[in-house]
Design a protein around this ligand. Structure first.
Ligand SMILES: [Ca+2]
Length: 121
């Protein structure tokens, strides 16, 4: 399920972007409240690696954004990137991102792990 999502999304984004050097890491920015308020964290992450959310943020994240335009991240309900609940793009790409706001119905206060990837393959 996870790799299928990445393949689908990567193909979509890559087809609309210019060639670029594939990156190994990026930053992510996330907060416990909407609109990047409350307790926040900037974290450098290796791409294509499952990252467990720190205890301070586990099941609390309400806004999330990849650090650069061509990185996207999947959020997962569990701590081991098995049950995807959302795919998040940079606001540079996704004009509907609403300041990183996670959907209250499906994603808000649920993420326990995430994995990011370079959309340019
Ligand atoms: Ca929250």
């Amino acid at each position: 399920m996870r790799s299928a999502i990445f393949t689908l999304v990567a193909g979509f984004v890559a087809s609309s972007s210019a060639a670029a050097v594939k990156r190994e890491s990026d930053s992510v920015h996330f907060c416990v409240d909407f609109d990047f308020q409350g307790n926040c964290k900037d974290q450098i992450v290796e791409l294509e690696k499952c990252i467990a959310v720190d205890a301070d943020f586990d099941n609390k994240i309400s806004s999330f954004e990849p650090g650069s335009a061509f990185t996207f991240c999947a959020l997962f309900d569990d701590a081991h990137c098995q049950q995807p609940i959302a795919v998040i793009f940079s606001s540079v790409i996704d004009s509907d991102s609403q300041n990183g706001r996670l959907d209250p119905a499906t994603t808000n206060d649920r993420a326990s792990s995430f994995e990011c990837a370079d959309a340019v393959q």
